[in-house]
Design a protein. Structure first.
Length: 260
């Protein structure tokens, strides 16, 4: 048998190895490209609201300044039996009954500080129910367990402005307002059956509701959606507004806007 030249065999082996190495290199490049394509595809199909690997605010929305302008008609509350300005609360809720966030509440209600005035637990009962959900508590704030100082504010006597920073796409906002001693025929100081309004509530608190998109330039005005009860602190809405008169005129303007 004729033996081949050892140099020829060595050359042939080198050629095979070179060919194999080239093929593996091409295959590796192809696989890496496919993997990169898959990762990019995965990124583009992340579900809305899911955490993304990169830093940033993601789907939660940018931080914006939510501003409220509320105008109180002084002529309405000075005609009540006591002549005192109203109790008032402003809060946000995620649509669908989600997170609650109190933005502003008058000091007397928020700190249970009724110095010089009879305590009035029926002043803002609808807000109290939402505050309980927000803070996992029961009952209205007390002198020993008040609302945070940053939220409680002096009782406004006319037009006032307040603002808060918020994040998210859409919020429902609420305003509850109540003037004590604004009795009328439908909400008297003493009912026909002899039951007395011992806390001097008169017409019960009214609740306004609106919705705003949390992006710069958005504006909104709420609608009157219901009331509470005169004699009992309930945390549900009564849609029947029959008999409500002066209380509907108390807030003569409400404007809500979003700014950078």
């Amino acid at each position: 048998m004729q033996r081949g030249n050892p140099l020829d065999r060595q050359s042939s082996c080198c050629a095979v190895w070179a060919s194999t190495a080239l093929a593996l290199s091409v295959l590796g490049t192809t696989l890496q490209a496919a993997e990169n394509t898959r990762k990019e595809s995965d990124k583009s199909h992340i579900a809305p609201g899911a955490a993304r690997p990169s830093s940033g605010e993601g789907q939660s929305g940018e931080t914006v300044r939510l501003a409220f302008r509320v105008k109180i008609d002084r002529q309405v509350y000075i005609q009540s039996d006591w002549g005192h300005p109203p109790q008032l609360a402003i809060w946000l809720e995620e649509p669908g009954g989600g997170k609650v966030r109190t933005l502003w509440v008058t000091h007397r209600t928020g700190a249970c500080d009724w110095t010089g005035k009879a305590a009035c637990p029926v002043s803002l009962p609808y807000w109290v129910g939402r505050y309980n959900r927000e803070t996992n508590t029961t009952g209205p704030p007390t002198y020993q367990r008040p609302v945070a100082d940053a939220i409680t504010q002096p009782t406004p006597k006319g037009e006032f402005h307040m603002a808060a920073e918020v994040r998210g796409s859409t919020w429902d906002y609420f305003i509850e307002v109540n003037v004590s001693g604004d009795f009328n025929a439908a909400f008297p100081s003493v009912r026909d059956d002899g039951v007395e309004d011992q806390q001097g509530n008169g017409q019960p608190s009214l609740i306004y509701q609106g919705r705003i998109t949390a992006k710069p330039g958005s504006r909104s005005s709420p609608k009157l959606v219901g009331r509470t009860e005169q004699f009992a602190p309930i945390d549900r809405l009564v849609r029947d507004l029959e008999g409500i008169d002066s209380a509907k005129r108390l807030l003569s303007a409400i404007e809500v806007s979003c700014n950078d």
